[in-house]
Design a protein around this ligand. Structure first.
Ligand code: PLP
Length: 400
């Protein structure tokens, strides 16, 4: 059952207090920055010595989140000129890396001007653009070549960005041409290779098998092409289990085993790097919707609450029932329509049947004025939502 009663006491308090300050029914994102700080500290603490941890800002680029993470991460990954500008403006004093397909000339120029730690090159065309820019600007550019490779019998995760045909990265067959091209552009420095093949990874051993594949293939390339010292960016993709929060990607176990793998593959002297998003910020966020109406329709119960997928597209994007907790309101509702020990579908205020956060959920008790608190809402939530649809007001944002 998703309707789990486990909500930290501090979140209860914050919600009740926030609700008291509102003149309208509550609709809010809450971010527990203390929890985020503890989480990133722990993640960092167990990382093998030669592994860096970057944060992929696309998961949640809000300023308080970035500032909380900055002391504990080695840098930030941007996936557009917009994200680059934003990260630069936050003055996080950490290296920036710039990835993503279809980069425009202006964005590449921006990255070179900002002197980013590395541009992740997605194609030969992009490499040519960078070559031309380094000459025109007479400025150096550091790059990683993003590669898509055959991963043999390693099983793909729920969302594969590589290991099969995708728009991401260079085909291994293009590597020789890319390296030949670099010979004519001394201002481009090849710093390493970049891989991001899986998202939503929940299986440690599969992910380790993927890491091993990266290590082996890069060592092979280094030998074949006589390449200097290289960094390997191993991507992100560590998964959150929205259906069973006890079974998120086991980061500690992964880091333990990674250390062994690094030794086994003689990678101790290599610099390795992760760029994680979801796994870092999903747990610190909560999306809260106050119940406006409860009704029966053709034999089914619907709980209609303030907000919806235009603020919180995660359940629609993932096509899942999002985990939640019902929190009793301390206010007395003027109209009451409680249901208890019933099955209900949780929806928002949009006039589309797709505005569903969770279907057919067992609910112990809910009434008008109570709060539906969606957990694991700190990544790919507000910033991936179609916020202008129907011109509803935005939610309140509360960081504590
Ligand atoms: C290139 C790249 N790196 C890192 C990430 C972060 O992935 P995740 O949030 O699953 O860790 C993404 C997400 O799409 C990505 O495309």
């Amino acid at each position: 059952m998703l309707n789990s009663p486990q909500l930290p006491a501090s979140i209860h308090q914050e919600i009740q207090q926030l609700a008291k300050q509102q003149t309208q029914p509550l609709c809010a994102y809450l971010y527990d920055l203390d929890a985020l700080e503890q989480h990133i500290k722990q993640m960092r603490h167990v990382l093998p010595k030669n592994v860096e941890l970057f944060y992929a800002a696309k998961a949640n680029p809000s300023a308080p989140i970035l500032r909380t993470l900055a002391p504990y991460v080695d840098g930030f990954e941007a996936a557009s000129g917009g994200e680059l500008t934003h990260l630069h403006q936050q003055q996080l004093n950490k290296p920036l890396i710039f990835g993503g397909p279809g980069k425009m000339l202006s964005e590449l120029e921006q990255a070179i001007e900002l002197d980013v730690d590395a541009i992740h090159v997605e194609s030969l065309t992009e490499l040519q653009r960078i070559g031309a820019l380094t000459q025109r600007l007479n400025r150096p550019a550091s790059i990683f070549l993003r590669m898509n490779i055959d991963i043999g019998d390693i099983t793909l995760s729920k969302l594969a960005m590589g290991g099969k045909p995708t728009p991401f990265g260079l085909d291994e067959g293009e590597l020789n041409n890319a390296l030949m091209y670099l010979r004519d552009f001394p201002l481009i420095k090849l710093k390493g290779f970049h891989f991001h093949l899986m998202s939503h990874q929940l299986e440690v051993d599969r992910h380790l098998a993927l890491m091993q594949r990266y290590f082996q293939v890069v060592k092979e390339w280094q030998k074949t092409f006589s390449l200097d010292e290289l960094i390997i960016n191993l991507g992100g993709g560590m998964g959150i289990n929205y259906q069973n929060p006890q079974q998120h990607f086991p980061w500690m176990e992964f880091c333990d085993k990674l250390e062994f793998l690094i030794a086994k593959e003689h990678m101790q002297d290599w610099k390795l790097r992760f760029e994680c998003g979801r796994y870092i910020t999903a747990p610190c966020g909560y999306y809260v919707m106050e119940v406006l109406d409860i009704k029966q329709n053709l034999g089914e119960n619907f709980v209609i609450a303030r907000g919806g997928t235009h603020h919180f597209r995660t359940p629609a994007a993932q096509n899942h029932d999002h985990p939640f907790v019902i929190l009793k309101s301390s206010k007395q509702p003027t109209i009451s329509h409680p249901i208890s020990y019933a099955t209900a579908t949780l929806v928002g205020q949009l006039c589309t049947p797709k505005d569903v956060m969770a279907r057919n959920q067992h609910i112990e008790q809910v009434d008008i004025g109570d709060y539906v608190v969606f957990t694991l809402a700190g990544a790919y939530a507000w910033n991936i939502s179609h916020q202008n649809f129907l011109m509803h007001e935005p939610p309140v944002f509360h960081y504590f």
